[in-house]
Design a protein around this ligand. Structure first.
Ligand SMILES: Nc1ncnc2c1ncn2[C@@H]1O[C@H](COP(=O)(O)OP(=O)(O)OP(=O)(O)O)[C@@H](O)[C@H]1O
Ligand SMILES: [Mg+2]
Length: 367
């Protein structure tokens, strides 16, 4: 059991051509037994964060603290941490069984116990039939499951998982995702799980840390991130399809309305409550965000519009319809029948009560 703390951690890399700030002033506490997801786009510093905890990198500034002990100078082997690497790093000359057994043998775990642990993990990850093969005789997804198994059998204090499901096919990914969550519930081992996939983050994490360009954007529960994104980056990153963000201007006089930029449509009326929240922004530019569920077929009591259709994406259960509001795009969720064709003008309504607002300069949510 362990608690992991990033205390004002900075990590820089200097290469021949540039200085890269991979992580900037990262403060983050992973509670004992928690399953925390680190999510963000490629290059935002996720792998670097895990490597710092594993001891494969040293912070340029700040501290990594595990269980109250500053470990900046503690070598990886003394940290009792198991990391599943993005590129698996299996021993190529060993069979799958020996790869799984390696860490346990190093710790002199009895043969029988090793056999029992491997059988259990192999069954869970469906690699029981592969135990005699070498890594080069496996598919990418199979290698990834062996790498995962190798971390699990070790029963460490902390699991670090770097996109461990990225090479699995869609069905196996969903299945393994659920199994990992169940496994975590059973073992209760503190886990930091890295992914760039927001769906994976939302379904697995009890809390999610969203990173962008080495900076922590928001640390919250999945629902809070979705309902109350702290800034435009989080708003667009979490949720699929993304929240539509409209540029426009607020009226300076009451009643408060939002004029989307060059839309040629009537302005969008805002409520009294929103007028209070946006008092400082009257007469100024703001960004108005709408999630797909706030853009829907005509309904009593919501703001009606008719807009040209740009894209229609049927999914079976429902469909995503993207409209053109002037030159800006707005995606809505529609029932799968009676869908318009691209190019047609189609009626819709907006649930403006559900709108999010952001400062166009800072990107911060206006609360
Ligand atoms: N050893 C290194 N030397 C120089 N720059 C590095 C080094 N390792 C990482 N970086 C840079 O640090 C930044 C963060 O890299 P990192 O691997 O942590 O990203 P990531 O979030 O894991 O991305 P991905 O989703 O693509 O795996 C990137 O700009 C990367 O180019
Ligand atoms: Mg990475």
């Amino acid at each position: 059991m362990a608690e992991v703390l990033f205390d004002r951690v900075e990590k820089r890399f200097s290469t021949k051509h540039a200085l890269v700030i991979a992580l900037a002033d990262l403060s983050l506490q992973v509670n004992d037994g928690e399953f925390l997801v680190l999510v963000g786009p490629s290059g935002c510093g996720k792998t670097t964060a895990l490597r710092l905890v594993a001891g494969l990198e040293t912070p340029t500034a700040g501290s990594i603290v595990i269980d109250g002990r500053r470990v900046n100078d503690v070598p990886p082997k003394d940290r009792d941490i198991a990391m599943v690497f993005q590129n698996y790093a299996l021993y190529p000359h060993m069979t799958v069984y020996d790869n799984l057994a390696f860490g346990l043998r190093m710790r002199h775990v009895p043969h029988r116990e090793i056999y029992r642990l491997i059988a259990e993990v192999a069954a869970m990850l469906e690699i029981g039939g592969l135990l005699k093969r070498k890594p080069r005789e496996l598919s990418g997804g199979q290698r990834q499951r062996v790498a995962l198994g190798r971390a699990i059998v070790r029963q460490p204090k902390v699991f670090l998982m770097d996109e461990p499901l990225s090479n699995l096919d869609a069905k196996l990914r969903v299945q393994t995702r659920a199994e990992l969550v169940t496994l975590h519930r059973r073992l209760g081992v503190t886990t930091i799980y890295v992914t760039h996939d927001q769906t994976e983050a939302m379904t697995m994490g009890s809390r999610i840390a969203v990173l962008n360009a080495g900076k922590l954007q928001q640390l919250d529960t999945p629902q809070q991130l979705y309902d109350q994104p702290a800034n435009r980056f989080v708003a667009e990153f979490i949720g699929s399809p993304s929240m539509a963000i409209l540029r426009g201007r607020l009226s300076s006089e009451p009643p408060l309305v939002f004029w989307p930029d060059d839309a040629g449509t009537p302005p969008l009326p805002l409520s009294e409550l929103q007028a209070q929240r946006l008092a400082a922004y009257r007469g100024r530019e703001v960004l108005l965000g709408l999630r797909p569920e706030a853009v829907m077929p005509p309904r009593e009591g919501k703001f009606p519009l008719s807009l040209p259709v740009a894209v229609v994406e049927p999914l079976g259960s429902d469909a995503y319809v993207t409209f053109l509001l002037g030159r800006q795009l707005l995606t809505g969720r529609f029932p799968p029948r009676g869908l318009p064709q691209p190019g047609e003008v189609h009626p819709l309504t907006l649930d403006l009560e559900a709108a999010h607002f952001f400062d166009p300069a800072s990107g911060l949510a206006i609360r």
